[in-house]
Design a protein around this ligand. Structure first.
Ligand code: FES
Length: 119
């Protein structure tokens, strides 16, 4: 039985050496696909996993983008893309005109490749 099937995994993590070794090997075999996100005004670039949340990626490298609702309603986290694109699932916090101009809501945008943001 592998560690993923072990019903006691959450309890045996610290005491079952065999399962811990299997888990470590599994994690080593994972390959993350990365993208580079550049924050133009800040002059900061970060490598992030594809699918990362844009607002959280910014926060992790010290770039603060305001965030209020976190679900794409208020528009506080709006940023403009200089290049690249994101997968954005918002709830009305941005207009079609803004989207056409390259604005996205960072709280509900997933990084889909290399991109540059104006902030
Ligand atoms: S924080 Fe409200 S839309 Fe992103």
């Amino acid at each position: 039985m592998g560690w993923r099937q072990c019903l006691r995994w959450t309890r045996c993590r610290g005491c079952c050496r065999r399962h811990a070794d299997e888990a470590a090997q599994d994690l080593e075999s994972l390959t993350l696909e990365l993208a580079t996100v550049r924050f133009a005004e800040s002059g900061i670039a970060a490598s992030v996993a594809l699918g990362s949340n844009l607002n959280e990626a910014a926060l992790e490298v010290g770039v603060h983008i305001p965030k209020v609702c976190g679900i794409g309603i208020c528009g506080a986290c709006r940023v403009q893309l200089v290049s690249g694109s994101v997968n954005m699932m918002h709830n009305g916090g941005i207009s079609d005109e803004e989207i056409a101009k390259g604005y996205v809501l960072s709280c509900c945008s997933e990084v889909t490749g290399d991109l540059e943001v104006e902030c």
